[in-house]
Design a protein around this ligand. Structure first.
Ligand SMILES: Nc1ncnc2c1ncn2[C@@H]1O[C@H](COP(=O)(O)OP(=O)(O)OP(=O)(O)O)[C@@H](O)[C@H]1O
Ligand SMILES: [Mg+2]
Length: 264
C-alpha cells in the first residue's frame, strides 16, 4: 500500500478525480490531497455480551474512492458499516464521517448525518405495498423535503437506474435486480456523497450482480464515494479497486488495485 501523507489541496475536485490510473485508483501524490470522507482511528467495537467485532481499525477513505470490504463471515464487515451510519457507536476510538465525530453527535443530529449517506442492503428493504415511485419518494418525504422538489428528484434517480418504465409497479412485480435498483434509487435520492452497500449482490445471480456493480461504478464516476462489503470474489478480482480485508475484526490488508485474495 502506498498512500501519501496529508498535504494541502492543490487540484480542483474534477481535476483530482480525472487523474485516475489504469487500476481506477488515484495516484498517491494526488490522493493525499483529496478530502477524507471516512476516518477510523484506532476503533474497537465490542458488542454487549463481550464479542469484540472490530479492533485496532485505522482506515481513511477519500472522496471519490470505490472500496471493497472483504473477509470471512463474522470478520466485522457489517459492523464497520453499521458504525458509519451510527447504528452502533464504537466502544473505543473515533469514527469520523465528513469530519463529524459520530460518537459526539447528539441524537437529534443523527438523521441529518445519515441523510448524507445512501445505504444499500442485501435484502432490498422496500415497502412491499407501495409502488417503486413511492418507495423512492418516501425517503425524501420523511425528511420534510419541499413537495415540489420531490417529483423531479424521484424521476431523475429512477432514470439514472433505468426504472422509469417500472415506476408504477409494486416491488413484488419486479425482478431481484430491479428491486435492488429501486433500493439504489432510494439511496441516491438525497444526493448523498457516500454510498454504503452491505452485500448488495448477495441475493442476485451473477449476471444481475454485474448489472448492479456496473451501476454502482457509474454512480462512483459521478463523484460519489462507495464502500461495499462483498463475498463476490470474481467481481472484486475483476475490477482491481482498493480492497480492505478484515479478519477477526482487524484490517489485515489494505491495497489499491487489488484482488479478492492476497496475491503475494
Ligand atoms: N448485534 C450483535 N450483538 C452481538 N454480536 C454481534 C452483533 N452483530 C454482530 N455480532 C458479532 O460480531 C462479529 C462480526 O459480525 P459482522 O456481522 O460484522 O460480520 P460480517 O463480516 O458482516 O459477516 P458476514 O460476512 O457473515 O455478513 C460476529 O462474530 C458476530 O456474531
Ligand atoms: Mg455482514
Amino acid at each position: 500500500m502506498t498512500l501519501a501523507p496529508d498535504r494541502p489541496g492543490r487540484f480542483g475536485l474534477r481535476d483530482r478525480l480525472g487523474r485516475r490510473s489504469a487500476d481506477g485508483s488515484t495516484p498517491a501524490a494526488v490522493y493525499g490531497a483529496v478530502r477524507p470522507v471516512i476516518v477510523f482511528r484506532d476503533v474497537e467495537m465490542t458488542y454487549p455480551g463481550g464479542k469484540v467485532a472490530l479492533r485496532d481499525v485505522d482506515l481513511t477513505i477519500r472522496e471519490g474512492e470505490f472500496v471493497f470490504l472483504v473477509g470471512p463471515s463474522g470478520a466485522g464487515k457489517s459492523t464497520l458499516l453499521r458504525l458509519l451510519i451510527r447504528d452502533e457507536v464504537a466502544t473505543n476510538g473515533q469514527v469520523l464521517v465528513d469530519g463529524v465525530d459520530l460518537a459526539r453527535l447528539r441524537r437529534r443530529e443523527v438523521p441529518r448525518v445519515r441523510r448524507r449517506i445512501g445505504t444499500i442492503f442485501q435484502d432490498f428493504k422496500l415497502l412491499p405495498s407501495r409502488p417503486v415511485w413511492d418507495n423512492v419518494a418516501f425517503a425524501l418525504e420523511v425528511t420534510g423535503a419541499p413537495r415540489k422538489t420531490i417529483a423531479p428528484a424521484v424521476d431523475r434517480v429512477l432514470a439514472l437506474v433505468g426504472l422509469t418504465a417500472q415506476a408504477r409497479q409494486q416491488p413484488a412485480q419486479l425482478s431481484g435486480g430491479e428491486q435492488q435498483r429501486t433500493a439504489i434509487a432510494r439511496a441516491l435520492v438525497h444526493d448523498p456523497r457516500l454510498i454504503i452497500a452491505d452485500e448488495p449482490t448477495g441475493n442476485l445471480d451473477p449476471l444481475i450482480s454485474w448489472e448492479i456493480i456496473q451501476l454502482l461504478l457509474r454512480i462512483n464516476e459521478l463523484g460519489v464515494t462507495v464502500i461495499m462489503a462483498t463475498h463476490d470474489a470474481e467481481v472484486v478480482t475483476a475490477l482491481r479497486r482498493r480492497v480492505v480485508a478484515l479478519e477477526d475484526g482487524r484490517v489485515v490488508r489494505d491495497e489499491l488495485g487489488a484482488a479478492y485474495h492476497r496475491e503475494d
